[in-house]
Design a protein around this ligand. Structure first.
Ligand code: FES
Length: 203
């Protein structure tokens, strides 16, 4: 015997035993549509579709991880800049890939290395180095300054602001000296209230 549903109620019907007609097919006749129960066929189809969905998501994820551009040798990564001998005291070197200036100050300015992020701390313009201009800060005159073309902020070689609307010095990036090789971590940027001697990395 078997149970079928009529008008939403279970009814026992003969079938399947010796001498009786075969029991009704489970899938289409026993399960009532009005109960919103998922038939076996629908269930199997959903399992298949879900499995395909998980597989597709996994494949897409793997593709993205493998081919997403990695920050190697560009802004946001650690850049190898070169040998210390290439950056003597008093030089300001523009490093476009890292968006910074590698500065080696003169002994009277601290005599160390700084990586100055070239983004103006006023409204973000790129600040050029002007070696033909000069500026005065704390009674000292500096030959060569950073001079923002947007609203006129000016900074001395250490990044200290001394004119214009900039509210603080240029930000610095982490400088790493390994042996005689200089690298800069462009992903590690520090804001400053004031340029200090301790910002400079001595070599
Ligand atoms: S963005 Fe540089 S002074 Fe305004």
């Amino acid at each position: 015997m078997a149970i079928i549903y009529k008008d939403g109620k279970p009814v026992v019907v003969p079938g399947g035993e010796p001498g009786h007609a075969p029991a009704p097919e489970l899938e289409d006749e026993i399960l009532p549509a009005e109960d919103n129960k998922v038939s076996r066929r629908k269930f199997m189809r959903n399992v298949f579709l879900n499995t395909m969905g998980v597989f597709t998501l996994g494949a897409v994820g793997t593709f993205v991880v493998m081919f997403w551009p990695k920050k190697v040798g560009s802004f946001g990564s650690t850049l190898k800049v070169g040998d210390v001998s290439a950056f003597p005291p008093g030089t300001v070197t523009r490093v476009p890939d890292g968006r910074f200036y590698l500065v080696h100050t003169l002994p009277e300015q601290g005599g160390g290395l700084l990586a100055l992020y070239w983004k103006c701390v006023h409204l973000g313009c790129t600040v050029p180095w002007r070696d033909t201009e000069e500026g005065t800060y704390n009674g000292k005159t500096y030959s060569g300054i950073f001079h923002c073309p947007c609203h006129g902020s000016e900074y001395i070689i250490t990044g200290q602001n001394f004119a214009g609307p900039a509210p603080r010095p240029l930000d610095i990036m982490q400088v790493i000296v390994s042996g005689t090789t200089i690298s800069v971590n462009t992903g590690k940027i520090t804001k400053r209230d004031e340029a200090k001697l301790s910002d400079q990395v001595q070599i």
